[in-house]
Design a protein around this ligand. Structure first.
Ligand code: FAD
Ligand code: NAD
Length: 467
């Protein structure tokens, strides 16, 4: 048998790659992880989940103080001022702590960090920074990067037209921020800068925001964000951008055709999606082809068509989410070690960390009907929940979608201040095949926002108590 440097070599140290590396090492495999970025943790820890959540948290505190919520609860603050460098500094501390934490975990678990970008030479050999390294198994976990919009050139250094990375470090609050794309990034980062004082306009190609989410949730979310002051231009596309000094002029056209208009902005955020990272990987050297969307296809065990080469995370099909990548990281390591690693892709929760938060798991009502289910739907508004009323955060609702014949829960969707935390019980219930009755008869602590999940489940049978 060939002698390899490592049992497993993982390319990329995002939530997919670093988790796969740690689990492989825990399973006794000699493991290395190649990462070209200066710090470990990938998009998520460096320029994604973590810095965006730091800004969402800080901007929410600022809005609570400046907008009078603290005063309403008897906390007098005097004149509230924004110290933007301090807010950006806190975000940088969070990133440094967490990326450093992965380096510590690598050392603790004896995972070797190969510093540099990896390129395949053959199915068991990669070049990293001019060094040839061999492994019996190679896992591609190279993630994704921002999809460019032709005609709207991003230059993060100038802070006029930026992508999500640039929008995490604007040197000043823009007077007018135009966000291209009403998806997750557009609404999260749009919320951050609106709370800090920017006028925010979201230009969305489709006639609704948040594609892929449940229809009721999409409608309600847009209504709430409009109430918060975000302006929406739906069914609209940006066809050109001209930058002059510190200003951009965008040309907008109705998606269905019609007269163009121009809009001026002192910052433009391009957030129209992300695409898989495969450039420079040398996939041609191993004969691994991409699908039409530029992704690497795998089987349910995360094996590619090439023996010994596996793939996980944003670079393969499925939602581009950190926790999906992490679960695939654990599963691929367990499969490589000869165990059984499975990810139930039907139960991957998704959360938008705005205020209120938006969360869902499983099928939307539309997808359930398209799949041939006759559905029963229970909806419970947060205004009927005692904790939400007490905390004065009554926006939103919980919606439980169950199969009319079996009562099995097919999907749960919600808008609520803490929906990101509440969705976990729905995911757990669905993983165990729960019916709406199972959730309705599960005792929920009082007073918690989660009681709204129980009430929505009771509403499936037409018997909620508090509405
Ligand atoms: P990545 O995290 O993209 O990591 C891939 C790594 O591979 C990178 O560090 C890259 O440098 C490295 N790499 C690439 N090519 C090579 C090579 N040839 N050799 C060596 N290394 C290489 N998801 C959530 O679930 N929750 C959130 O709140 C959330 N917020 C987000 C906010 C923003 C602004 C963005 C942009 C994304 C957010 N995401 C969020 C998505 C999440 O970041 C991704 O789904 C997740 O990071 C994917 O993990 P991954 O391991 O597949 O890849
Ligand atoms: P997205 O797919 O969520 O949204 C992109 C939006 O842009 C869509 O609504 C789309 O219709 C619109 N669009 C596309 N082309 C357009 C055009 N030319 N003009 C106007 N609108 C256009 O993508 P994103 O917001 O860039 O986020 C990328 C990925 O990162 C997502 O897959 C998401 O899952 C992940 N992410 C997750 C979180 C989270 O979990 N909280 C946060 C941020 C990012």
């Amino acid at each position: 048998m060939a002698d390899y440097d490592y049992d497993v070599l993982i390319i990329g140290s995002g939530p997919g790659g670093y988790v796969a590396a740690i689990r492989a090492a825990q399973l006794g495999l000699k493991t290395a992880c190649a990462e070209g970025r200066a710090t470990l943790g990938g998009t998520c820890l460096n320029v994604g989940c973590i810095p965006s959540k730091a800004l969402l948290h800080g901007s929410e505190l600022y809005e609570d103080a400046a907008g009078g919520t603290l005063a309403k609860f008897g906390v007098k603050t005097g004149k509230v001022e924004l110290d933007l460098p301090a807010l950006l500094g806190e975000k940088d501390v969070a990133v440094k702590d967490l990326t450093g934490g992965i380096e510590y975990l690598f050392k603790k678990n004896k995972v070797t960090w190969l510093k540099g970008y990896a390129t395949f030479k053959d199915a068991h050999t990669v070049d990293v920074a001019g060094q040839s390294v061999t492994a019996k198994n190679i896992v591609i976990a190279t993630g994704s990067s921002v999809t460019p919009l032709p005609g709207v050139e991003v230059d993060n250094d100038k802070s006029v037209i930026v992508d999500s990375t640039g929008a995490l470090q604007l040197p000043a609050v823009p007077k007018h921020l135009v966000v291209i794309g009403g998806g997750v990034i557009g609404l999260e980062l749009g919320s951050v800068w609106r709370r800090l004082g920017a006028k925010v306009t979201v230009v969305e190609f489709l006639d609704q925001v948040l594609p892929g989410m449940d229809g009721d949730v999409r409608k309600e979310a847009q209504k709430l964000f409009a109430k918060q002051g975000i302006e929406f231009k739906l069914g609209t596309k940006v066809t050109a951008a001209a930058v002059k000094g510190k200003k951009a002029t965008l040309t907008l056209e109705p998606a269905a055709g019609g007269a163009a208009e121009t809009v001026e902005a002192d910052c433009v955020l391009v957030a129209i999606g992300r695409r898989p990272n495969t450039e420079g990987l040398g996939l041609e050297a191993i004969g691994l082809e991409l699908n039409k969307r530029g992704q690497i296809e795998t089987d349910g065990s995360f094996r590619t068509r090439i023996d010994g080469v596996w793939a996980i995370g944003d670079v393969i099909p499925g939602p581009m989410l950190a926790h999906k990548a992490e679960d695939e990281g654990i599963a691929v390591a367990e499969n490589i070690a000869g165990g059984v690693g499975i990810v139930n892709h039907a139960v991957i929760p998704s959360v938008v960390y705005t205020m209120p938060e938006i969360a869902g798991v499983g099928l939307t009502e539309e997808a359930a009907k398209d799949a041939g289910h006759t559905v029963k739907v229970g909806k419970f508004p947060m205004v009927g929940n005692s904790r939400a009323k007490t905390n004065r955060n009554t926006d939103g609702f919980v919606k439980v979608i169950a199969d009319a014949g079996t009562d099995r829960v097919l999907g749960v969707w919600m808008i609520a201040s803490v929906a990101g935390t509440m969705i976990a019980e729905a995911a757990l219930g669905m993983e165990f095949g729960a019916t709406s009755e199972d959730i309705a008869y599960t005792c929920h602590a009082h007073p918690t926002h989660s009681e709204a999940v129980k009430e929505a489940a009771m509403a499936v049978l037409g018997k909620p108590i508090h509405i």
